[in-house]
Design a protein around this ligand. Sequence first.
Ligand code: NAP
Ligand code: MG
Length: 480
Amino acid sequence: MVDAIADRYELFLDGQWAVGEESFEVTDPATNDTLASVSSGNEADVDMAVHTADDALEDWTKINPAERGHLLRDISNAIRDEADKLARIETAESGRPLSESQMLISGTVGLFEFFAGMTDKIQGETIPVQEGRLNYTVREPLGVTAHIIPWNSAAIIGARSIAPALASGNTVVAKPAREAPLSTLEIARIANDAGLPDGVVNVVPGKGSTVGAALTSHEGVHGIVFTGSLGVGKTVMKAAADNVVPVELELGGKSPSIVFDDADLDNALENVLRVYDNTGQICFSTNRLFVHDAIYDEFVSRLADEVRELKYGPGIEDRDLGPVISPEAREDIHSYVEGAKSEGAEILAGGEIPTGPGNFYPATLVADVDDDQAIACDEVFGPVMTAHRFSDESEVIKRANDTNYGLFAAVYTTDLGRAHRVASEIEAGNVVVNEYPATAPQVPFGGYKESGIGREKGMQAIDHYTQLKNVAVDVGTVDD
Ligand code: NAP
Ligand code: MG
């Protein structure tokens, strides 16, 4: 048992813990031992949560926006005070190396801080029209918002949508993933202790197909944010259609990184290795590596040497990689590697399931892969990178874009013109040049193509959590 974790967690409704009728177990991916048992919600609990959030709406919306900002700042400070505990919880439930969890909890604090500063800057405009008329816009909250959260970086992904939703005057019902619900429950408790009024944030853990489906199809929900896989995202969008509710989708990726022959290769190597952060379980992971022919042999051989040196171990030991989330995920990952091998790929590093407890899988680098093989097209969501050779700029842009996803891309070059040319041609919501991953609360993030709809973070996020009202007034003229 991990010290930071209670044996038992409940639903968080109206500022209180509420016992559900059923429960499920959260396990430690490093051992597959039980960490905690968690109350599982049902449709009635979702209904209760949505009504609670609706009841809390009026007071929350009418609060002085500056006061709302103070509260969000208090929440960010309270999360910072419990950062060590939260990082340990995230490491235990997700398997992530501890220093990476610490970084993500610090990012969680940063998101609440950033949106705390936005509460009193959500402004409308006056629009010039004919004499005798006043015309202006007002940004108003949506109302009750539903937040469906994945397991891979639960705290920061939850904060990414909950903080701007609260800043804009909405209330929240969140559904974390069953693999890793604990940090979300703890953050709801921390927010409440920090002074957030009861009912403004509610959390209903439980199965996606029941709790998630009930929440996203509930008539009392006025906005949905879903972060997760493409298939479930499509289901959520269909549910949103039934109630004509705005939906933001943050889905998967199969992001390219492109190393040109004029790149600073030491820098490129250091950044490319970060593909193994969070054991490769990151939506924007640039795990399709394109390397220019002139430097391919040298670069890929150096990379393979480094990848073979990466060590895995339980997250708490803070090695380079932790375990992957579940035995099933490990099987899936391995079957992609085996599939590639049977089609003639060369495994330059990793690629074997180790013996012993836990869901460990080594950092894996695969070469001699065709662009259209499954391992190079599907989201493998594990510590697996494929290396591909290219010979010119227009060819590599075409190949990098040859995917249904469009979340992220990394470009390594010292040619300024080329950097901007490629950034402009790449079909992705975020492009980084000579650095990776480069994310921050003030930087908008989101996908092109099937990687999603809408942008999180940055000032632009507020657009999703508000609706625009236009007011046209006949003010008359003195002669009327
Ligand atoms: P997932 O399987 O799609 O699940 C995401 C969430 O949706 C979970 O809470 C899940 O609940 C819930 N869910 C499942 N069925 C549902 C339904 N019918 N209605 C409503 N909710 C439902 O994704 P995951 O395995 O947790 O996370 C990995 C995926 O997320 C990857 O594809 C990754 O790329 C993507 N991701 C994207 C971003 C981004 O910002 N673009 C960030 C992180 C992750 P249960 O699993 O508990 O049943
Ligand atoms: Mg899942």
